[in-house]
Design a protein around this ligand. Structure first.
Ligand SMILES: Cc1cc2nc3c(=O)[nH]c(=O)nc-3n(C[C@H](O)[C@H](O)[C@H](O)COP(=O)(O)OP(=O)(O)OC[C@H]3O[C@@H](n4cnc5c(N)ncnc54)[C@H](O)[C@@H]3O)c2cc1C
Length: 391
């Protein structure tokens, strides 16, 4: 979708495009997760985060007082569009910058902000999000990891799971139960934990695409200081919900914009592939791509609308799951169509089609991570006053 932007946004986009052209190594473009080794992929994403920071181009949503770009909504969209059009990787700290940063600005102490914000921007400090547990994913309020009060701090015990980048992280932000015997959302605190501390252990989990970005994390008598609690003790649920709302507005924007590039890449492969298609076959694929183009633009429109409404302080609690739901469906369908069109060549790991197989497998997570499809549908149903699928 093309949208009208301010002159300032257009100029920013042109400057950013020139900067990307001069600074993004060509061998880093359009790299799919799992297509190079995990360590190489992570170090490329970290180096890209460092480059963006050194060039003064990181944290588009952060205010300038914290080292961000303080961009308006249309400037943010132009910024993200330039990154996507260039096929740039996501900086390694995308989640800490997008999710934890705004939380610390709103709920954190000045010491916490000074300790964490510059480090995650520069990528000297890598962070990860320890919310999910074996029995607390969709039902996050069932979390059991506990922190027991001791002199000057807390002792943390418990297990987290599916923690992206924990194997690389210097620290995590976690939800822990700080009131013994408390239930559900009460008595939960949002804390920062040093991942190198004695008693913190990380065990990688290999995903269906064969790479190991997420992990199990175990905390056994890990000490955290009083100053590691973000916001009030026992009020961490509010902090976490604020974090997740950030993830569900700005976090989805870049992924939505990426659909169009993915579709363009697939269409280019389709046109270049031999042998030539019969008219009937060609018409079939053109129709599929047209349909995907419509879905892609619908997702973009939903994301733009949500960003604009959120910036005006409007309630997007029904619209946000709708955008995530339509994005995840289109993201997976595009990859299914790619596999059908490219056939056996997409299963080979080398060659121009090779990444589509991994991408299709990795895309299974689109309907799980950040809230499953069923939970998104339940949230939409709740907002519309309909019964949920388990009520
Ligand atoms: C790639 C990836 C990266 C992730 N990274 C992180 C991370 O960095 N940090 C982190 O904390 N977590 C992370 N997660 C975890 C993610 O948030 C959870 O997987 C998600 O919340 C679902 O929880 P679960 O896996 O425990 O599934 P469950 O909640 O056990 O769900 C199992 C099934 O039951 C269905 N279901 C559950 N409850 C309901 C209901 N009320 N109504 C209808 N259906 C229901 C679900 O839709 C699903 O189909 C990641 C997950 C993935 C896939």
């Amino acid at each position: 979708m093309d949208f009208t932007v301010s002159v300032a946004a257009r100029e920013l986009g042109e400057r950013f495009r020139r900067w990307i052209a001069e600074n993004l190594p060509p061998e880093w473009t359009d790299i799919a997760a799992g297509s190079v080794g995990e360590a190489q992929y992570a170090s490329m994403r970290r180096a890209w985060g460092q480059l963006l920071h050194r060039g003064g181009w990181s944290a588009p949503t952060w205010p300038t007082e914290y080292g961000g770009l303080g961009l308006t909504i249309d400037e943010q969209l132009v910024y993200l569009t330039e990154l996507v059009n260039a096929g740039a990787p996501e900086p390694l700290n995308t989640n800490p910058i997008g999710v934890l940063g705004p939380c610390l600005m709103r709920y954190g102490s000045s010491r916490q902000r000074e300790r964490i914000l510059p480090g995650i921007l520069s990528h000297e400090l890598i962070g990860c999000q320890c919310f999910s547990e074996p029995d607390a994913g969709s039902d996050l309020a069932n979390l059991r990891t506990r922190a027991t009060k001791v002199d000057g701090g807390w002792i943390v015990n418990g297990q987290k799971v599916w923690t992206t980048n924990a194997q690389l992280a210097d620290f995590c932000y976690a939800l822990v139960r700080t009131e013994p015997g408390s239930q559900r959302r009460a008595g939960v605190s949002f804390v920062l934990i040093d991942m190198r501390a004695e008693g913190a252990a990380v065990r990688p989990l290999t995903n269906i695409a064969g790479s190991a970005e997420f992990n199990e994390v175990f905390f056994t008598d890990v000490f955290i200081a009083d100053d590691d609690v973000v916001g009030d003790v026992g009020r961490g649920w509010d902090v976490a919900m604020y974090a997740l709302s950030e993830e569900r507005t700005t976090g989805i924007a870049q992924r939505a914009l990426r659909l169009r590039r993915d579709l363009g890449n697939l269409e280019a492969l389709h046109r270049a592939s031999a042998p030539p298609l019969s008219n009937r076959e060609a018409a079939r694929w053109e129709a599929e791509f047209e349909q995907l183009g419509v879905e892609t633009r619908a997702v973009e429109a939903a994301v733009y609308r949500n960003l604009a409404l959120a910036a005006q302080g409007e309630d997007i609690s029904i619209l946000s799951p709708m955008a995530i739901y339509t994005w995840s469906a289109a993201h997976q369908r595009l990859r299914r169509i790619a596999m059908q069109r490219l056939g056996p060549s997409a299963i080979r790991s080398d060659g121009p089609s090779g990444d589509w197989n991994r991408s299709m497998l990795f895309a299974r997570s689109a309907t799980i991570a950040g809230g499953t499809t069923q939970i998104q549908l339940n949230n939409i149903a709740k907002g519309l006053g309909l019964p949920s699928s388990r009520s």
